[in-house]
Write a protein that binds this ligand. Sequence first.
Ligand code: ATP
Length: 626
Amino acid sequence: MPPAGGRRGGPGGHYMSDEELAAVPKVTSALIKRVFSYLKPYWKQLILVLLCIALSSIANLLPSILTGKIIDEGLIGRSMKLLIIYIAASFGVTVLASLIGVGESYINNWIAQHITFDMRNMMYEHLQRMSQRFFTSNNQGDIITRMTSDIDGVESVITNTFKSILSNSITLVFAIVAMFQKNWILAILGILIIPLFAVPTRRAGKTRWKLTNEAQQCNDEVNGILNETLSVSGQLLVKLFGKEEEEFERYKAVNNRMINLNIRERMAGRWFFMVLNTVTNIGPMLLYLVGGILIMKYDSTITVGDITVLVALLGKTYMPVNSLLNIQVDWMRAMALFSRIFDYYDMEIEIKDPENPITPGEFTGEVEFKNVDFSYDGTRQILKDVSFKLESGKSMAIVGPSGSGKSTIINLIPRLYDVCAGAVFFDGVDVRNLSLAELRKCVGVVSQETYLFNGTIRDNLRYASPDATEDEMIAACRKANIYDFIENQELGLDTVVGNRGLKLSGGEKQRISIARVLLKDPKLLIFDEATSALDSISESKIQEAIDPIIKERTSILIAHRLSTILAADKIYVLKDGMIVESGQHKDLVRAGGVYTELYETQFKNSDIIGGNPDDHGMAPFPSDEY
Ligand code: ATP
């Protein structure tokens, strides 16, 4: 069995192993206590439900007891009046039981909906606080499954499983008590038939539990495949690599496995019904036989009505016993479901707010890295002893080969990850001592991969600043050099950007995201320049937008193009996670080191790809002026 969540980067570890599955599920009292803690806020409604269940269970049994009276006093006693009274009473309690059932169902559903509402919110809130590491290392399908079908499962546990346990137990207890009241010998005989159900049910329960877990893993895998291959970019990848057939085969294979698992799971609990059916038919016959022997040979006080009541009551125990035995499976299933959910709740929040955050007064955007080491997985070191200081109001460019750790440096500033050694300071305070919300408010990032929500340009801009006025939005768009484009759209700011902004070009998206960051008005602006080649007009428009912006605020530029590098006050050259050179362009280019090499291979032509560097105000290069 591959790890849950599909072959590409499944989380593993969240599911029970085969060995664990083979063992009896461990339902600890701590787990049960925890499950019930979610019911606690609704204890008043629960008492009401309990009352309704008890009343309707008793009301459901009354007609069976009245049958004895109908036979003995009405039919055998030949009293029309009593016959009508008992029949009417029987009918009355049946209607009453149904009415109580409706009320109980309403309250029960209300409780279930409220509990799932609480759990869903709690899960969402918890997931929102999980670190970037969690989202990059867990399969999206698995995360979505926990949020959706697992929590939906809780609703059915409350409306079906819990309710069933309660109502069936109450019915069973009342039926047995009533049977004993009629005749203890016949009651014991009835009870003796009951254990015949138990053995096959226990076996079926374990098998089903195991299969349910396997099916759930399979389901996660299907979700993972769907998420990967039916997302816009996934689908593009599939198309461009001609992988349709391969992906379809992969989907079909998992789907096929799921079908088999589902069929086996559904069937696993069924074979013991055969035993149940036989017992259901034999039970009454045995009661009539032994009852008849008792009446005829030993105890003439027993009436025909009594035996009929006992048979009717025995009949009323089959369903609850059957359900209760089946419920053992559902109960284990429910506990597995809850432990899956609790697994997520218990996942530690890696990036936490400090207990006593320090507030440095006015933020200026100054950043300092002191001997920072970092690794994503704890083994491969990505950043080694990185130190630099960016003073407020200044700008710096980070350059370096792909994979050298440029984006990683950026990730450490708003604490998407925490350093492994050393420290990152923001305005002189270790970022781990700042309130996360404050820190992130001060840092604005225009990332390589621009993410726009499916909505209008206005919606996307307002995400940064919900109170932004029309004028502020227009001013930000002008600064980001995108307003001309927006003005030319029929709907202006109300133009819909499409799924992930795909109705816009890469350059337009970048400029909208620059406008969005400007509306946020951060103290520190980070611009992670797209490595993908934009056309020269788009690039120059972006350049025109960011040039004045970085002059007026503290900024870090991850640069791939010469013009961006030249816009910065200082350049840091990163290689294999270490800062190997730093300084001004004109010095670095002559130093004959990594920068010279990068310049020769990458930057030199970067601004002439689509035209002359003069087009956007750059002097031809190299020149001694730099
Ligand atoms: P590029 O210029 O191509 O964007 P970069 O210099 O920004 O590259 P980073 O994205 O910082 O490089 O990545 C540095 C190294 O860390 C790479 O080897 C990458 O494989 C690894 N890495 C990046 N993100 C993660 C992650 N979430 N988990 C594990 N490793 C990662």
